[in-house]
Design a protein around this ligand. Sequence first.
Ligand SMILES: Nc1ncnc2c1ncn2[C@@H]1O[C@H](COP(=O)(O)OP(=O)(O)O)[C@@H](O)[C@H]1O
Ligand SMILES: [Mg+2]
Length: 252
Amino acid sequence: MTAPILSVQHLERRYGARIGCTDVSFDLWPGEVLGIVGESGSGKSTLLSCLAGHQRPDAGTVTYDGRDVLAMAETERRRLARTEWAYVHQHARDGLRMGVSAGANVGERLMAVGQRHYGDIRAAAVDWLDRVEIAEDRVDDRPSAFSGGMQQRLQIARNLVTGPRLVFMDEPTGGLDVSVQARLLDLLRGLVRDMGLSVVIVTHDLAVVRLLADRLMVMKSGRVVEQGLTDQVLDDPQHAYTQLLVSSVLQV
Ligand SMILES: Nc1ncnc2c1ncn2[C@@H]1O[C@H](COP(=O)(O)OP(=O)(O)O)[C@@H](O)[C@H]1O
Ligand SMILES: [Mg+2]
């Protein structure tokens, strides 16, 4: 019998008197993509950053592969963040090192997991840039010379090069042109499938979850108002808020 790769129980994070998120519970199964949707301010980013250990929740538990994440030593959590986990930020600049080349952005993740052979690292970096459709002749360019879509693809390569198991993504297609978004989504879908990744993806865009997510969690004011299989939730929403989201009455 398989166990969840990530299990979250009654997670809460407050900012003073304000609720970031509260009473969030779910299981993520290996190879599954969970989408989290909700309007701006509904607690999506807060939740994601608590899951990844970037913020400490005020209550609840997070279990990764049977291990209590909140009880882990910081060094162990950092090791996981370098190896088995990945975090794709909405703004590529938050997930990239803008002052070093594209190749170094990918290669340094490999060095962080102990690879030392320059030729192998360079070859792996070039291979990964190719997988995210960045031509080899750009390998020595800095990300600041790249378009928004390319930067985001580079961030994805940097995250996936070490073969993580669990990937957190916060609005990975946010702020990009619609045509660029579509291409990125296509690419992401292929990578998630090929690598069998377990993913928690936050977005306010229902088209993104329709394409990528097996399961969906709908948040409003920091709480989960509905969760279920993506098609079920989108085609037959039960909660009034989800109905509004789906009918596009809400501009999120
Ligand atoms: N650093 C912070 N300090 C105070 N309040 C915050 C902070 N970050 C988020 N919040 C508040 O927490 C709630 C959830 O925010 P957030 O998780 O960013 O939502 P989303 O990602 O869905 O837009 C909002 O009311 C927001 O104003
Ligand atoms: Mg957010």
